[in-house]
Ligand binder design. Structure first.
Ligand SMILES: Nc1nc2c(ncn2[C@@H]2O[C@H](COP(=O)(O)OP(=O)(O)OP(=O)(O)O)[C@@H](O)[C@H]2O)c(=O)[nH]1
Ligand SMILES: [Mg+2]
Length: 351
C-alpha cells in the first residue's frame, strides 16, 4: 500500500472564506506609534492546566481567532502570541501549553514553554483555573512549579482567573471558599518577609466563552503594566506566520474529530504552497501520525475521515489566506515522533 493517501478536494464545493483583512491580521510592519504619556505596555503570560480555557480566553480578548481550541486536554503546543492594542496601552498576551505531568518529550517541551513564558517573558502571569472544580493535582503541581521558579527568579505579578464562571451556579459564599482554596496554594507568595512576594492575589471570575468579567480584568491588567510604548505595529494581531496557523487549523479539526490518543499523536506540516492566481491558493499538507494503525483511523473508510478534516479546516484557512484554497492532505507515519528529539525539531517543536 502506498505510504500516502491523496485527498481530492474537488469533491467538495468551495466554501467562501470569512473576510479577515490579511493586512489587519499581520500588520504592515509600519505603524509603530511614538511613545505617549500615560501609555502602558507589557506581556501577559496565560498559564494553567490543560483545558481550562487559556486559548479561548486569548481569542476572546483579541476578538478574533488566533489559537486553536478543543475540548481535549493538551491542545496548545506552542507559545501563541496575541496583541491587543488599546487607546492607551498595548497588552501582549502569551497563550501557553497546559502545564501537566509530561509523558513524552513533546509534553516536556510543552511544559517547558509554559514555564519559560512565565519566568522570562511576562510582566503579569494570569493563572487560569476552572472555577467549577476544587484545585486538582495538576493545579497543585502548577503552584509548586511556580514556587520553585520563584526561588530562582522574581515572578511576574500573579493573578488568578476563575474561568468558566458561566457554569457556576452556586452561592457567593461558596465562591469565596473556592477562592480561599486556590489562594492557599500560593501562601508562600504572600509571605510578608519575602520582598519578591505579593500582598494579595487578585482573583477575577470570568468567562472566556461569554466574555463576562473580561473587560474588568483587562482594565486591571493595564493598571498593573509599566509605562511603555507599543512594541508592535498597532494594526498587528499576532506574530505567528501563516503556515503555522494553517497547520494549526488542520490540527484543530483532527482534535475535534478524532478520539483518545490519536489526535495527540498528530503533527501537521505544510509541504507545498502556490498562489495559482489572485483568487486561488494551492496548499498541500502532511498529517503525521505515530503508528500504522493510527494512519487507518485518520484516513477513515475510503478516506472519509481525512476528507472531513480537510473540509472542516478549509473555511478557516481561506479566511486566513484571503483567497479560495485548494487543500490537499496526505497522511504519513512518523514512528513515535513525540518521543524523538530530532523529529520534534523537524516538526517545529523546538523547546
Ligand atoms: N463553559 C465554558 N467553557 C469554556 C470556557 N472557556 C473555555 N471553555 C471550553 O473549555 C474547553 C477547553 O478550551 P481551550 O481554550 O482549548 O483550553 P486550553 O486551556 O487552551 O487547553 P490546552 O491548550 O489543552 O492547555 C473548550 O471546550 C472550550 O470551549 C468558559 O469560559 N466557559
Ligand atoms: Mg490551549
Amino acid at each position: 500500500m502506498s505510504e500516502e493517501h491523496r485527498f481530492d478536494p474537488s469533491e467538495f464545493e468551495m466554501v467562501e472564506g470569512r473576510a479577515i483583512d490579511v493586512v489587519e491580521f499581520f500588520g504592515e510592519g509600519g505603524n509603530i506609534a511614538p511613545p505617549r504619556e500615560d501609555h502602558r505596555s507589557g506581556y501577559v503570560a496565560v498559564i494553567g492546566r490543560p483545558n481550562v480555557g487559556k486559548s479561548t480566553f486569548l481569542n476572546r480578548v483579541l476578538g478574533q481567532k488566533i489559537a486553536i481550541v478543543s475540548n481535549k486536554p493538551q491542545t496548545t503546543r506552542d507559545q501563541i502570541l496575541g496583541i491587543l492594542t488599546l487607546e492607551n496601552a498595548q497588552l501582549v498576551f502569551l497563550d501557553t501549553p497546559g502545564i501537566h505531568n509530561p509523558k513524552n518529550k513533546l509534553g516536556k517541551r510543552m511544559v517547558q514553554v509554559a514555564e519559560e513564558t512565565v519566568a522570562r517573558d511576562a510582566d503579569v502571569a494570569l493563572w487560569l483555573v476552572d472555577v467549577n472544580t476544587a484545585p486538582t493535582n495538576e493545579d497543585r503541581m502548577i503552584a509548586e512549579r511556580l514556587r520553585v521558579l520563584h526561588g530562582i527568579t522574581p515572578l511576574p505579578l500573579l493573578l488568578i482567573g476563575f474561568n468558566k464562571i458561566d457554569e457556576w451556579h452556586k452561592s457567593d459564599d461558596l465562591l469565596q471558599q473556592r477562592a480561599a482554596e486556590y489562594r492557599a496554594l500560593l501562601d508562600w507568595l504572600m509571605d510578608e518577609d519575602d520582598e519578591d512576594g505579593q500582598e494579595e492575589i487578585p482573583i477575577y471570575p470570568i468567562s472566556a466563552v461569554t466574555g463576562l468579567g473580561i473587560d474588568d480584568l483587562l482594565l486591571d491588567i493595564r493598571e498593573f503594566m509599566p509605562d511603555g510604548p507599543d512594541y508592535y505595529p498597532t494594526d498587528q494581531v499576532t506574530n505567528l506566520n501563516l503556515r503555522f496557523l494553517v497547520t494549526e487549523a488542520i490540527r484543530e479539526q483532527a482534535l475535534n474529530l478524532l478520539h483518545q490518543e490519536v489526535p495527540h499523536s498528530i503533527a501537521v506540516a505544510v509541504t507545498d504552497w502556490e498562489e495559482r492566481d489572485e483568487t486561488m491558493t494551492y496548499i498541500a499538507a502532511t498529517v503525521y501520525v505515530e503508528r500504522h494503525s493510527q494512519k487507518g483511523i485518520v484516513l477513515g473508510q475510503k478516506g472519509s475521515m481525512i476528507k472531513q478534516i480537510g473540509k472542516g479546516a478549509r473555511p478557516q484557512i481561506e479566511a486566513l489566506v484571503g483567497t479560495k484554497v485548494y487543500l490537499e492532505l496526505w497522511v504519513k507515519v512518523l514512528e513515535k515522533w513525540r518521543a524523538k528529539e530530532n523529529l520534534l525539531n523537524r516538526l517545529g517543536y523546538n523547546g
